[in-house]
Write a protein that binds this ligand. Structure first.
Ligand code: DGJ
Length: 733
């Protein structure tokens, strides 16, 4: 039996139960040699123990009196086999002394000395930033740990700067961003996402046991196979709405690594940073290296709470428009309609049809340049094919603009087909080991973007096309991972820097293009979702989660994606059926699936019927009335596509005045009703006008209270296969 407490009583209980919270910010408790980082709802504390090591003391729900943490003290060792150093929650342990857990830093000095023991040096607090410095006990190798608190989003960022202040070369062999420790508990459950091309973002859950689980990319970019995000909850008990969840994410578009480790002392810790596989980074005297940012957060509101924190954080702190978040335009993309067969006449016809259904941005995909008629030739030659576009791109762009849309263009800047003018001129520009095979994937090789001459060529090639044309948007693709990552032009000791320098140069090109072309927007695509992470999202406005555009498969991909990334950046195309996996779903179902993110259309409009156009026009017009709620609001995943025939997701606008719920039925057992959908996040006493686009709502009244909608819920008349609906709730009082 369920009891509903009156709102006034709930408020009273909440008010008496909530102790006075300390303000957010960073404090130094001098008598305890402890720094306390408070966000609105969390506390993180790190101190200096009796040996002089920095030690994490606490990470979790906000402490009203962090002084209770006491004076930092190392943990005892266990016999002669697990040292105190191994059992202590070192904040940034180097590999040295008696230490057996995953270290944050491992190095070799030119003279062969590999021992590194870091002791606290000094600190600096600047608003929501904290710097802690530690130095090797013997020589001048200094690590600065840089922290930033994001109080409202309850997120912390940490990373490290490693400086070689010695007189000899110091080669870094593992340079991690940091480590997060969880309260001691043997029964954590790890949640992460795995996948592959066309099946990205599949959620995985498993218990944590003593030992290590390694999540990583060794492929040169973020990868479709694993994602640089983890979540841990206690005893496997967290749900979508309840339970304590700790989560973290490495922000890096190259080789990254997360090591989830339970030590013999039952301590769970997650080290993350650059992947140390094939990693070697020599620092000459005076040189330094900064690691990627490592974000972490805590919530007591389950996985939904964790996702919501990340979504709001991405919107208000990470994305290029974070200062003034705006909604994404509805986009058309030519790829599935015309593939490489693009030309001015054909694209103009598609553009005219796209404009009529309400598309705001027309994007021409692959095939517009050089000898690019298939994927065998032309990559790297970023010169407009005048046979296909006799007026250059200007002719098509004029038409698109006259139709009231802005224009976007596809590039794959980091790649080259051996059958291209670029490769014929500069065969040495691809990554390679001299004399060894250069393996092709999709008939292409990877340019060595770590080389500054290659970086400049790529920047100027893209910049020239953007400067000569009215292009508002670049779809930045990358259709293979690294192989044979040789860099023969630099001395052998520095060749492995290619993994880091490549990524930094790609970031630099994106930054320079955006600077030179104010207002330019970029989509990160890597044959689907191969390059999505919090660092590329600083310079890209949206991402392509998957080349799999089949609507039912997409429900699971989108669900996984939203565990860590906001629906605002989740591009979702409506495409034709039967889709790549042979499945056919109704056009309305395809629209509603795509409307849960940033809606786009990728269909061949030349094949659409009048009814298709009419439905699309209606759906796009409707989407524009709810997209702010979908893209910038709070997502509640009500029914997961992983657990049954029925999927439902709800979005509530930031001001709480509008909510929309999407529902999808996969395949109905005859006469078996769809489950009641209980709404979330509404005002108990608020009255909502309830509307829908079809006749699937089984309620006659026009208005309902939030209390009814959240406790009783709505019933939907969904039947057969691939039925779907969307219901809207607008506050009227
Ligand atoms: C892979 C992308 O994911 C597709 O959307 C399309 O742009 C093709 N590349 C073009 O080659």
């Amino acid at each position: 039996m369920r009891f509903a407490l009156p709102a006034s009583l709930l408020c009273l209980l909440a008010c008496t139960a909530t102790p006075l919270m300390a303000a957010s910010g960073i404090r130094y408790l001098a008598s305890q040699k402890t720094w306390v980082i408070d966000t609105d709802n969390t506390t993180y504390a790190v101190g200096v123990n009796e040996r002089g090591e920095l030690q994490e003391l606490y990470w979790g729900a906000k402490l009203t009196r962090p002084e209770d943490l006491g004076t930092p003290h190392s943990s005892p060792g266990r016999a002669s086999f697990d040292s105190s150093e191994t059992n202590t929650n070192g904040e940034y342990p180097g590999w040295g002394g008696v230490f057996y857990a995953e270290p944050c830093l491992k190095l070799t000095r030119a003279d062969g000395d590999r021992d590194l023991v870091l002791h606290y040096l000094d600190y600096k607090i600047d608003g929501t930033n904290l710097q802690l410095r530690a130095k090797d006990i013997h020589d001048n190798i200094v690590v600065t740990l840089l922290y930033r608190a994001y109080p409202q989003e309850d997120i912390l960022r940490k990373f490290a700067r490693i400086e070689n202040g010695t007189r000899q070369v110091v080669t870094l062999e593992s340079a991690q961003s940091g480590v997060w420790y969880l309260p001691r508990n043997e029964n954590y459950r790890l949640t992460y996402a795995s996948g592959a091309w066309a099946t990205e973002d599949q959620l995985v859950q498993e218990p944590v046991h003593q030992g290590k689980v390694v999540l990583e990319s060794r492929r040169g970019n973020t990868s479709h196979q694993l994602y640089p995000w983890f979540a841990l909850d206690e005893n496997g008990q967290a749900t979508e709405e309840t339970g304590r969840v700790w989560f973290g994410e490495i922000a890096w578009s190259g080789n990254w690594k997360l090591v989830v480790e339970e030590t013999p002392a039952q301590q769970v810790r997650v080290v993350g940073g650059f992947n140390d596989f094939d990693f070697s980074y020599p620092l000459k005297p005076g040189e330094s290296l900064e690691t990627p940012a490592y974000y972490g957060g805590f919530t007591s509101e389950g996985f939904g709470g964790a996702s919501s924190q990340l979504h709001q954080f991405e919107i208000s702190e990470i994305l290029p428009d974070h200062a003034h978040p705006k909604v994404r335009p509805v986009l058309y993309n030519s790829w599935e309609a015309t593939e490489f067969n693009v030309n001015e006449a054909g694209q103009s016809v598609l553009a005219a049809k796209a404009a009529k259904i309400g598309i705001e941005r027309f994007v021409m995909d692959d095939g517009w340049f050089g000898a690019r008629n298939t994927d065998h030739a032309g990559l790297g030659d970023w010169v407009v094919n005048l046979k296909k576009f006799p007026h250059g791109l200007a002719g098509l762009i004029r038409t698109v603009n006259a139709d009231g849309m802005d224009f976007g263009l596809w590039f794959e800047p980091e790649m080259v087909n051996p059958d291209s003018d670029l490769y014929r001129k500069h065969p040495d520009w691809v990554m390679n080991f001299p004399g060894r095979p250069r393996s092709e994937e999709r008939n292409q090789l990877v340019l060595n973007m770590a080389r500054d001459d290659v970086k400049e060529y790529v920047f100027h090639a893209v910049d020239t096309v953007l400067s000569e044309n009215n292009i508002k948007f670049v779809k930045w693709d990358m259709n293979r991972h690294f192989s044979e990552p040789g860099w023969p032009d630099v001395p052998p000791a520095g060749q492995k820097e290619i993994w880091v320098k490549y990524v930094r140069n790609v970031y630099e090109i994106m930054d320079r293009l955006r600077q030179k072309h104010p207002g330019l927007e970029i989509e990160s695509c890597s044959g689907g979702g191969g390059r999505v992470d919090l660092e590329v999202l600083r310079r890209t406005d949206e991402v392509w989660p998957s080349d799999n555009t089949e609507a039912f498969d997409r429900l699971r991909i989108q669900e996984g994606f939203t565990y860590f990334y906001t629906p605002k950046v989740m591009m979702a195309w409506v495409t034709d059926v039967p889709n790549m996996n042979g499945r056919s779903t109704p056009l309305k179902y395809r629209f509603l699936v795509a409307m849960q993110g940033a809606l786009a259309v990728g269909s061949n409009l030349n094949k659409w019927s009048d009814q298709d156009f009419a439905l699309a026009t209606k759906m796009i017009a409707y989407y524009k009335t709810i997209r702010e709620t979908v893209q910038l609001g709070r997502l509640y995943r009500l029914y997961s596509p992983r657990t049954g025939e029925f999927t439902a997701n709800q979005y509530v606008s930031r001001d709480g005045k509008q909510a929309v719920a999407f529902a999808f039925l996969h395949s109905q057992q005859y006469l078996r009703p769809a489950p009641t959908v209980r709404l979330r996040g509404l005002g108990q006493d608020t009255i909502y006008r309830v509307t829908t686009i079809d006749d699937k709502l089984m309620h006659a009244q026009k208005t309902y209270s939030g209390s009814y909608l959240m406790n009783h819920g709505i019933d939907l008349r969904l039947t057969g296969d691939y039925d779907s609906t969307v219901v809207e709730f607008d506050a009227v009082n």
